[in-house]
Design a protein around this ligand. Structure first.
Ligand code: UD1
Length: 340
């Protein structure tokens, strides 16, 4: 069964391609390589023993998307990762984000709406909840006004899919709201490759660990949490990848109860920034150089998932601990730095 993975050379995309191939799916990747590299194909092949079909296509080119679906009229499902994801950049270049994340989604859905039957999985984010009023966060928690154009593209993206599903009989879709993805494949063949200075906590920690950054700044220790630092739900990327396969299977087997569904993907456990640092120190045996600085604008105090719906309805549960995920991130960081 042939599955299209857009952004399949990216961080979560590449791990999902591996899991799909392990389950026997034939994978076609579309990626424009704007934030990824064809080299990732080698890592995917080394792990799964299979090389996915790869087409370098920019999804903003509507004709190329149409042409792709004409040439691959046997695609049974689409997992759509391709998107821009830097929050700060989105504030500076909102139109870039609306074009990259929204226009491309519209073109894809137009193609799928022309088919009798199509199955669509969308990368969404816990960012849609903003600072939720209640922890853990359930899927019916209200969507809060977005803090950035990036966050807005996830909210608008969900709405576009929901409204399209309402009027398109053969279209079935699931939006997956990720909490904080982290880690790398245990083989260290694929992992996260942030360009420039990482904005996210875990790659900043591992880069500090290998000496690429001098010191981690911890953004605030005066939050109303157990140790004063912000709390997030860090989810291992391999667990996350497996959830995509399960969501796709749910659609392919027509087990979905509505033609548009939403699931939280997290561990259900909140960890503070200091706990994440301690996890790093625990698995690496190294002391991390860090200092407490002012809060970062736009940060929320805490966010962790209620995973009951994913556990019971999707039949998916995170299997790996924070330490295991951190160990994989550390192994990957050491491997890529030893090569460069
Ligand atoms: C960020 C984005 C969010 C996006 C998610 C993707 C912001 C405001 N939010 O979420 O929209 O969906 O990434 O993974 O950018 N921290 C430090 N020092 C650092 C980096 C981070 O103390 O150098 C802290 C942050 O204050 C936060 C935690 O670590 O409490 C996690 O930060 P980060 O990895 O950037 O993720 P989020 O802010 O949760």
């Amino acid at each position: 069964m042939k599955i299209l993975v857009t952004g399949g050379l990216g961080f979560i995309g590449s791990h999902t391609v591996v899991e799909l191939q392990n389950e026997g799916f034939e994978v076609v990747i579309i990626d424009d390589c704007s934030n990824s590299s064809e080299e990732v194909l080698k890592g995917i092949t080394a792990i799964s023993g299979k090389t996915p079909i790869f087409e370098k296509i920019d999804l903003k080119e509507k004709e190329s998307v149409s042409d792709f679906f004409k040439r691959h009229d046997d695609i049974q499902g689409v997992i759509h990762f391709a998107a821009s994801k830097a929050v700060g950049e989105s504030v500076e270049k909102p139109l870039l984000y609306y074009e990259n994340n929204i226009a491309t989604l519209v073109y894809l859905l137009k193609e799928l709406s022309n088919k009798d039957n199509s199955n669509f999985i969308f990368s969404s984010s816990c960012t849609v909840y903003g600072q939720a009023d209640k922890m853990p966060i359930t899927e019916d928690a209200p969507v809060k006004p977005a803090e950035s154009p990036y966050g807005n593209t996830k909210q608008i993206g969900e709405e576009i899919i929901r409204e399209t599903c309402k009027v398109t009989d053969g279209l079935n879709a699931i939006a997956l709201r990720y909490f904080n993805p982290m880690g790398a494949h245990p083989s260290a063949e694929i992992g996260e490759l942030p360009i420039g200075v990482p904005q996210n906590l875990v790659p900043f920690i591992t880069q500090t660990g290998v000496g690429l950054r001098q010191e981690l700044s911890v953004f605030g220790d005066d939050y109303p949490t157990s140790d004063g630092t912000c709390v997030r739900d860090y989810i291992y990327v391999v667990d996350l990848a497996k959830a995509h396969v399960q969501a796709l299977q749910r659609l392919l087997e027509r087990k979905n109860s509505e033609n548009y569904e939403v699931f939280n993907l997290g561990t259900g456990k909140g960890s503070s920034v200091l706990e994440v640092i301690h996890s790093f120190e625990n698995v690496s045996g190294e002391k991390l150089n860090y200092k407490i600085v002012d809060r970062r604008a736009g940060d929320i105090t805490e966010a962790y998932a209620d995973t009951t719906k994913a556990n019971e309805v999707l039949g998916w549960k995170a299997q790996y601990s924070l330490d295991e995920a951190m160990k994989s991130a550390w192994d990957w960081e050491q491997k890529i730095r030893s090569q460069s």
